[in-house]
Design a protein around this ligand. Structure first.
Ligand code: DX5
Ligand code: ZN
Length: 216
């Protein structure tokens, strides 16, 4: 599978989302990562549907939506209406992950499932055949700009084996603390989608930062 970069809007300048979208549109980033936080599942609150609507109006790339919210099942339909292509929810936040996966698919989106760094990778085993994407958090969900957790490489290798065995078409995405110095190793360990917030949007040249991640 080829390398996809999904820049995380959380680190962008919210006073000018149109400029951000123009940059993404002409960049080599294939997706745009949207982090939705509810202040309950994670301590932080990010943004919600009105911001997503503004982004959707200007961004031509598929929206890769990562929901860090309790009761994901309540909002699946609305994320579809607001233009999500991929909808990734937290295993820890769902009472019935199978039902959420089915619901996401029924709404015409690609289902993704994710876990925080303190959850064993093995819990994902029974969902891998049903999803299009597994997201491995390489920081604890909740904030941008955190330091990459080194144990993530081992977890990624374990996940890669599981995906190869059960659903080789399933994408493996990694999120948190990713920059040009760890991206190459993550791709080598089996990731095909890398999320990057600070390392793209705090860069002097975000277009180059995206290119550097792909070629890392
Ligand atoms: C963290 C979010 C990440 C975050 C990544 O909860 O899921 O997507 O925005 O930001 P960086 O790349 O700055 O760690
Ligand atoms: Zn995210």
């Amino acid at each position: 599978m080829h390398r996809i970069i999904s820049p995380s809007v959380l680190a962008a300048d919210f006073s000018n989302l149109q400029v951000m979208c123009d940059m993404i549109n002409k960049s080599e980033a294939e997706w745009l990562h949207i982090d939705v936080m509810d202040g309950v599942f994670v301590p932080n609150i990010s943004f919600g549907f009105p911001v997503m609507e503004a982004i959707k109006k200007h961004c031509i790339k598929p929206l890769d939506v990562h929901i860090m919210i309790v009761h994901p099942e309540k909002y699946v339909k609305r994320f579809a209406e607001y233009g999500a292509s991929t909808l990734t929810f937290h295993y820890e936040a769902a009472e019935n992950p199978d039902a959420v996966i089915e619901q996401i698919r029924a709404e015409g989106m690609s289902p993704g499932i994710t876990i925080n760094p303190d959850i064993p990778v093995s819990v994902l085993e029974k969902y891998i055949e049903k999803v299009d994407l597994v997201l491995l958090m390489s920081v604890f969900a909740g904030y941008g700009g955190q330091k990459f957790i080194e144990e993530s490489y081992e977890r990624l290798e374990e996940l890669k084996k599981m995906v190869d065995r059960l659903n080789p078409a399933c994408r493996i995405e990694v999120d948190g603390g990713i920059n040009a110095s760890n991206a190459g190793r993550l791709f080598d360990c089996g990731a095909n989608v890398l999320v990057a917030g600070s390392s793209v949007f705090n860069a002097e040249n975000p277009l180059k930062a995206i290119r550097d991640l792909i070629n890392a």
